[in-house]
Design a protein around this ligand. Structure first.
Ligand SMILES: [Zn+2]
Length: 316
């Protein structure tokens, strides 16, 4: 079974004063809720040592994205989340809708995780309490700047290409001083907010993947429980015995997945003549190419790149 690999030290680029350009700052959201003490519970998952900067004077400063933060972690795959936590609800569209289906439903809770209250799946909330306790202790100026635009939200991705990982309550979007670090392209090298860059190593050590490395775009406010961590938590029974009994998820890429592995899949398909944009987003066109490839190679044509399909593409 997959475990979260130990990462000796995450290299961290200290926030510098270079300000490439100010961008995508949305109007201020309502003021943050008053801070409260949270009862902090340690979570074992992740557990590599976080390397955080000594202090961050201005968490809202725009800085280059530090490299290598996600080393060893990947965005959680739809097939894995469905196998482990089930389909969140039967009908989903672009609207944020409540979760209706077990086993996920009985694992959802609203809780104060330190800087704010949020609704998510229980082990992820435990982990967030640990993350924010560390932020409070080591980065007080960042801690007081933290806000959220939400965690649990059962909907499809914006381009309708699959289920959004927020639908399982394993992802959270974080604001700094009420500002969002919105979607941006990595083509220009990529920038983010200093406060997000500062907390990223703490999230990494707890087994969370930072959205700055999705395909060819970055989602700097997005942190999600990584594929490796979801599998580890299931194995350890953190989602409960019922979920543990659902068994291991197959290694598979399907519609809605994103990141480096999807990019490799698209490259392999393009090399076989499929007209695909190498954007790291497993959308309807990628699915169509997978279906066609499967049909042409005598594989089960289900549009899911499982172990057989990946092997046939020399990716397995
Ligand atoms: Zn998000």
């Amino acid at each position: 079974m997959a475990t979260v690999p130990r990462i000796p030290r995450v290299s961290y680029v200290s926030p510098v004063t270079r300000v490439p350009r100010v961008r995508r700052i949305s109007p201020s959201d309502p003021p943050l809720e008053p801070l409260e003490e949270s009862d902090v519970k340690d979570v074992e998952a992740g557990s590599s040592q976080a390397v955080v900067p000594e202090s961050v004077e201005n968490p809202a400063l725009v800085i280059p994205i530090p490299q290598g933060i996600n080393q060893g972690l990947h965005s959680a795959k739809s097939a894995t989340l469905i196998q482990i936590l089930g389909v969140p609800r039967d009908h989903m569209d672009q609207e944020c809708r409540p979760v209706t289906n077990d086993p996920l439903l009985s694992l959802v809770e609203t809780r104060n995780v330190g800087p704010f209250r949020v609704t998510g799946v229980k082990p992820a909330l435990d982990s967030l309490q640990s993350v924010f306790a560390q932020v409070k202790a080591s980065l007080p100026t960042v801690y007081v700047s933290l806000g959220t635009t939400g965690m649990l939200c059962a909907r499809l991705k914006r381009n309708n290409s699959g289920i959004c990982n927020h639908a399982w309550g394993t992802a959270i979007d974080i604001k700094i001083n009420g500002m969002r670090d919105a979607l941006g392209s990595t083509a220009d090298g990529g920038v983010t907010l200093a406060g997000l860059a500062a907390i990223a190593p703490i999230f990494r050590a707890e087994g969370w993947y930072w959205g700055v490395e999705f395909g060819n775009f970055e989602d700097g406010m997005h942190f999600e429980v990584a594929e490796e961590t979801i599998r580890l938590w299931q194995e350890k029974g953190l989602f409960g015995d019922g979920v543990k009994a659902r068994g291991a998820a197959p290694p598979a890429l399907s519609q809605g997945d994103e990141g480096a592995e999807v990019r490799s899949l698209q490259e392999a398909l393009a090399a076989r003549g499929y007209d695909l944009r190498n954007d790291g987003q497993f959308g309807p066109l990628t699915r169509a190419a997978v279906l066609d490839f499967q049909a042409a190679h005598g594989l089960t044509a289900d549009g899911i790149a499982g172990s057989e399909t990946l092997k046939a593409l020399n990716l397995g």
